[in-house]
Design a protein around this ligand. Structure first.
Ligand code: TRP
Length: 440
């Protein structure tokens, strides 16, 4: 199908933008604390299994929908049939995007504060209690709201640039930068006294730790990290050219995304063990424990600054991708210009994220931050994932998926059949089990 829709201009642009979406707070902030609280190696093993067994085929399903229809959601759910029944799955995705934007922007805003504090060397000679109190008082106040709004404005600037000059160009610059910083950290990690202990914790699976809870968290983490289940990759693939090999790109994203998560583990756990701290610290691991560790290292201020730059870069490219779902929706469905769509979304998100941010302070009783996180990650994304698989596996005409996955990209037919088998049966069943178990 040939439409006038803009496309990413190069192969590098496709990879940088999609990997930029996948690699984010999910890898560097969420993965280490999830692995840390769920027993390390056993969690990692499940996670990798889910990424490649279910994640990659589901990415292929989203790509198929996006490129075949060349629209975002919910439009992509209307192809090949007349009814609008499937729109509702698309609207779930839009809602999930709005909720994710609300809390993601808050944590992204924190990274700005921590860059500045690192530069000012504010963590020097602080005790864990002081850092804890500092973190708590910072996130509960209006300063955090200010940083969040600033982050949203930067996000809006990139969106205003459009798909090629905004998203693609920024990703092309920021993603290589992110990998360079990561590698510098890994080399540093190698020389830490706790290197062996950290590596053993991360890579040595202790199967006694393999509980249903660990398995559920691993699947949830895989979906969140791969940006699955809410139409993000549908939207991005609507900008792919006909030459983009969908299956190969899906593998590349999964590989690079997992690599970054593992590298984040290789960076954080040796440091945690070197300084006698606990890996099971939870969501504050990155913001409270790491500054303390940097503090004890030679050149700590530089490392600390670099680390929080890394985190903000990763968050920005992900936040852009979630925003693009809504921007594409507003321009596809309501024919709004890109400028209007971006401004509308940004104004709305400023309100929701302010409410989320204040739920660590004056609005504690409302606790929107946790509600947004829970509803989007645990309910909407899983339902969306099931919806995408059922749509591509059962509703879409076979000739369309054959065209997108087999003919255009040229993967062998056995691989096409395997992927379709997973999309039709294995993925929806597994996701459903996880969803139900998660609710219980
Ligand atoms: N994958 C990103 C991360 O790991 C977060 C993200 C971006 C996302 N786009 C998404 C999550 C779409 C779910 C759906 O931080």
């Amino acid at each position: 199908m040939s439409t006038g829709r803009v496309q990413f201009s190069s192969k590098l642009g496709v990879i940088a933008a999609t990997v930029g979406s996948a690699v984010g707070l999910g890898n560097i902030w969420r993965f280490p604390y999830e692995a840390g609280t769920h027993g390390g190696g056993a969690f990692l093993l499940c996670y990798i299994l889910f990424v490649f067994l279910i994640g990659v085929p589901t990415i292929c399903a989203e790509f198929t929908m996006g490129r075949a229809s060349r629209v975002g959601i919910p439009g992509a759910f209307r192809q090949g049939h007349k009814s609008r029944k499937w729109d509702v799955v698309g609207y779930f995705g839009i809602l999930a995007a709005i909720l994710i934007l609300g809390f993601y922007a808050v944590v992204a805003g924190w990274t700005f504060e921590y860059i500045i504090e690192s530069v000012l060397n504010a963590f020097k000679e602080t005790t864990p209690e002081v850092r804890h109190e500092h973190f708590e008082s910072f996130i509960s106040g209006w300063r955090a709201v200010g940083w969040t709004i600033l982050f949203l404005l930067v996000n809006a600037l990139v969106l205003l640039g459009g798909v090629q000059k905004g998203i693609e160009r920024v990703s092309n610059i920021l993603m290589p930068l992110l990998f360079i910083i990561l590698i510098a950290f890994c080399i540093n990690s190698f020389f830490m006294p706790g290197f062996d202990q950290g590596i053993t914790f991360l890579f040595h699976p202790d199967f006694s730790k393999l509980t249903p809870d660990v398995i559920l968290s691993a699947l949830g983490q895989a979906f969140f990290s791969l940006s699955l289940g809410m139409g993000c990759l549908i939207t991005y693939s609507s900008y792919f050219s006909d030459r983009t090999p969908l299956v190969k790109t899906a593998f590349q994203i999964a590989f690079l995304d997992t690599l970054v998560a593992i590298l984040a583990g290789v960076i954080i756990f040796p440091a945690v063990f070197s300084f006698g701290m606990s890996p099971a610290e939870g969501p504050t691991l990155v913001f409270e424990v790491l500054p303390g560790i940097f503090n004890l290292m030679p050149g700590g201020m530089v490392w600390s600054t670099l680390f929080f730059i890394l985190l903000s870069v990763a968050s920005l490219t992900s936040l852009i991708s979630v925003s693009e779902i809504v921007v594409a929706f507003l321009s596809d469905e309501f024919k709004l210009s890109r400028i209007k769509a971006t401004m509308l979304l940004t104004a709305f998100t400023v309100v929701t994220s302010t409410l989320c941010s204040l739920s660590f302070g004056p609005l504690r009783s409302l606790n929107l931050f946790n509600i947004f996180d829970y509803v989007s990650s645990n309910i909407l994304m899983t339902l969306g994932g099931i919806g995408v698989c059922i749509f591509v596996g059962w509703k879409m005409r076979k000739c369309d998926s054959l065209e997108e996955l087999h003919n255009k990209a040229g993967i062998p037919i056995w691989l096409y059949n395997t992927i379709m088998f997973i999309i039709k049966y294995l993925a929806p069943i597994c996701i459903t089990i996880v969803f139900i178990a998660g609710l219980i």
